[in-house]
Design a protein around this ligand. Structure first.
Ligand SMILES: Cc1cc2nc3c(=O)[nH]c(=O)nc-3n(C[C@H](O)[C@H](O)[C@H](O)COP(=O)(O)OP(=O)(O)OC[C@H]3O[C@@H](n4cnc5c(N)ncnc54)[C@H](O)[C@@H]3O)c2cc1C
Length: 336
């Protein structure tokens, strides 16, 4: 059913007030086809609203994706293919996988949002990205209503990136995603961040199971990141810049302790949070918005913030990092 002037405050984790001129909840391909038939444009897709900053009211039609379902579609001795509806909650899917001893996404526990949004920016955390378990997805073309399948290569995944953030931006609604998960000999990944240390804290001394990893990741994230239910935020606001190694060498002349991680092709990834912190933003409040006190990469809504206020803060942060380090930060969040 098409609704007009729909308030979007309950549907975004930054807690911003904005209205959609036309709004429809879709739970099947025929719902999508019916909604787009009226010719209202532009069309946008909303999942859990955990990676969007609303800076204005939305013209056109907003489709809230609630296409559900979870099914094992193929089995091998060591792994299965699971098809999941795009409207399913990501973390609930991870929990379901862990409970059913299906491995591969336990490091991605507690990431907010929907399954359908997970390929958009190739969600990642603790050394795993969805491209590592991705098989294919089925999407609906929002102009023609036709379905199209994308395989791994066609999605062109990169760091917080895919074809859906570039050439195919805004063109499709991702209806379902198929993942390849292990049923035994799981590839346990404890190499990243504080996972090993946290397993010790949790008293896990035997080789960890996928359930242990999930528990550890939930534990770390609950301490480090603000809970959107309590303080509005979109997670990491900026991408970690990937730059030629020479840029880090230059920065280390003045800041010998500057962190950086080697990438192929003589490039490095520099944590954006560190750059922002050096510019004095960590924990700083500006009006109703600010930088989270425990992690400078996260912008927060202290209550009553507007999207334009948060956008201005983001622009000021970008300018000060550029002035000090010559590095141009790029938002990870979708600015609408
Ligand atoms: C506390 C917190 C922690 C976070 N941690 C991480 C993290 O560790 N790693 C990480 O990668 N991200 C992280 N994020 C960001 C966010 O959770 C992910 O980007 C998530 O995939 C967004 O899902 P969503 O359903 O909320 O998408 P939305 O915010 O609703 O939409 C995001 C974009 O995807 C598009 N979109 C959504 N669903 C569909 C669909 N079905 N078809 C087509 N387009 C669609 C929207 O149009 C929009 O452009 C975090 C966010 C928060 C608030």
């Amino acid at each position: 059913m098409l609704e007009q002037n729909k308030e979007l405050l309950p549907f975004n984790t930054f807690g911003l007030a904005a209205k959609a001129a036309h709004y429809a909840v879709v739970s099947s391909t025929s719902d999508v086809r019916a909604a787009i038939q009226g010719g209202i444009r532009p069309i946008r897709v909303l999942g859990g609203g955990s990676n969007i900053l609303f800076t204005q009211n939305m013209e056109g039609l907003l489709l809230k994706n609630e296409i559900m379902g979870k099914e094992i579609v193929r089995r091998w001795p060591n792994r299965v293919h699971v098809r999941v509806g795009g409207g399913e909650n990501w973390h609930q899917f991870v929990q379901w996988a862990v409970e059913n001893n299906l491995g591969g996404i336990e490091n991605l526990s507690l990431i907010p949002g929907t399954v359908g949004a997970s390929p958009i920016q190739n969600i990642g955390a603790y050394g795993v990205e969805i491209k590592d378990v991705f098989v294919r997805l089925r999407a609906i073309d929002l102009e023609t209503g036709k379905e199209r399948v994308f395989n791994q290569k066609e999605c062109a995944f990169g760091y917080r990136d895919s074809i859906f953030k570039r050439e195919a931006k805004g063109r499709y609604l991702i209806k379902e995603v198929v993942f390849s998960l292990t049923t035994q000999q799981h590839r346990i990944n404890t190499s990243y961040g504080d996972i090993s240390k946290t397993l010790e804290t949790l008293g896990i001394t035997t080789p960890p199971t996928i359930a242990d990893i999930s528990r550890a990741v939930v534990y770390i994230r609950s301490i480090k990141l603000p809970d959107p239910q309590k303080i509005g935020n979109c997670g990491s606001f900026f991408k970690n810049p990937e730059l030629p190694a020479a840029v880090l060498t230059d920065i280390r002349r003045e800041y010998p302790q500057a962190p950086g991680y080697d990438l192929p092709d003589n490039r490095v990834k520099i944590p954006a949070g560190w750059l922002i912190e050096q510019c004095g933003w960590k924990g700083k409040r500006v009006g109703n918005t600010g930088c989270y006190e425990k992690q400078a990469l996260v912008l927060v809504n202290h209550g009553g913030a507007t999207g334009s206020e948060a956008l201005q803060l983001a622009r000021d942060i970008i300018a000060s990092v550029k002035a000090r380090f010559g590095v141009e930060l790029e938002p990870e969040v979708n600015i609408w």
